[in-house]
Design a protein around this ligand. Structure first.
Ligand SMILES: [Zn+2]
Length: 409
């Protein structure tokens, strides 16, 4: 048992709703606070002096902090592609030099390049790359990281990716949540239609995901260049029948995806840069969490997800990094969230919620994302006396201490 404190400001993020706009006045802020930790869970948060007496009785170890600190739950990044081979620096330079999608593809770039580079690596090599990305993320306060497959695109290659993610999860302090994105695009070497490709994945890959416990989540890329809403609906139906949770890359360039995601009761619909009033209204009424991916907007030079409108209409908004080698190479979640906040006019409470318990809901996790008794002791200590400094410094103020499962990493 450990007591950590005193903490200048501790933001519990407790008692905030899962959906809708939030004001900073709604934040519960404990001053001169402490966190009492037992094994991997929070036993109590509260006044440091009170907890000190309790800790003494319980013979807990006291970890006394020197200086000012703001405590927040560990960040949860609910959308990444950090398991990959190669680099797409050439694509990025070409795109910024004004080259078209087609010209980049003709020069050997695009997602297929990442598929080729990822297939060249064996499971250990892929796991090592994933561990190194996860370590950087954890160091910046991201204690739970969703990781997608989707650069394999055959049953064997997708399995290799998901086994690598599982292997990485056993070798990092962060929690990695694996998601099957075999429906990222139809493999170029698959001889058949989109529907036949999806059918083969559902028939051959889904049962192995269950038997090897590799993933409980099925994702897809619903877009003109990938799969149509109709094709994905029957794919999702099969996934649902087997008990998988659903999520979707939706409305990135054209609409249609979020409507399917909402109708199929997906846990989240991610991207939404192209969503119009119609899609925003559907999302706001649903239990599907809208996930903004500002890193992709920054990487491509495109519009941001309409987060303000989604919240104002009563929807739930999470913010994720979409860290991937193509469109979102930065992978700095806090910087991206801070930038989104200035463009979309999101309150600090809305951004912190989007990086914690609302992101947890997108992953269907109810054991983290707030600082309260019984939840995982995942928290960040920022070296400042005022929580508003964190977004104000636009990602440059990183946590000095990152705690995961009750252990300082
Ligand atoms: Zn993505």
């Amino acid at each position: 048992m450990k007591l950590i404190g005193p903490i200048t400001q501790l933001l519990t993020l407790d008692k905030l709703p899962l959906k809708g706009a939030l004001k900073d006045e709604q934040l519960e802020i404990l001053t001169n606070a402490g966190i009492l930790v037992e094994e991997d869970k929070i036993l109590a948060v509260g006044d440091y002096s009170d907890l000190f007496v309790k800790a003494d009785k319980l013979q807990a170890e006291v970890i006394q902090l020197e200086g000012n600190f703001v405590a927040l739950p560990g960040w949860i990044d609910c959308h990444t592609h950090i398991c990959f081979g190669g680099s797409r620096a050439k694509d990025f330079a070409m795109r910024n030099a004004g080259k078209s999608y087609l010209e980049i593809a003709q020069a050997g770039g695009g997602i297929w390049d990442t598929v080729t580079q990822t297939r060249k690596l064996n499971q250990n090599e892929l796991a090592e790359r994933t561990i190194s990305h996860a370590a950087r993320h954890l160091n910046e306060g991201v204690t739970t990281i969703e990781v997608k497959s989707g650069y394999g695109l055959t049953v064997e290659e997708e399995l290799k990716m998901l086994r690598a993610i599982q292997q990485a999860n056993s070798n990092t302090h962060a929690d990695l949540i694996p998601t099957c994105l075999a429906a990222h695009m139809k493999s170029r070497d698959f001889d058949g239609t989109n529907q036949e490709y999806l059918d083969s994945i559902a028939t051959e890959l889904f049962p192995i995901l269950k038997s090897e416990n590799l993933s409980n989540r099925i994702d897809s890329f619903i877009e003109k260049s990938a799969f149509s809403p109709v094709e994905i609906e029957s794919y999702y139906q099969k996934a649902k029948e087997l008990g998988f949770d659903l999520t979707a890359h939706a409305d990135q360039f054209t609409t249609g995806g979020s409507e399917v995601a909402v109708r199929m009761n997906a846990k989240s619909a991610d991207h939404l840069e192209a969503s119009t009033e119609i899609e925003i209204a559907l999302l706001a009424k649903s239990d599907t969490v809208a996930v903004a991916l500002p890193g992709a907007s920054l990487g491509l030079g495109c519009a941001f997800t309409p987060g303000r409108k989604i919240l104002d209409q009563g929807g739930s908004l999470a913010i994720a990094s979409d860290w991937n080698p193509g469109s979102a190479p930065m992978g700095d979640l806090l910087t991206q969230a801070s930038i989104l906040a200035t463009f979309e006019k999101l309150s600090t409470a809305e951004v912190f919620s989007a990086l914690t318990f609302r992101a947890a809901a997108a992953l269907d996790l109810d054991d983290r994302g707030k600082l309260k008794e019984g939840l995982l002791a995942d928290f960040n200590l920022f070296p400042t006396s005022d929580y508003r400094e964190i977004l104000y410094q636009q990602g440059k103020l990183k946590p000095e201490q990152v705690w995961k499962n009750g252990i300082k990493t």
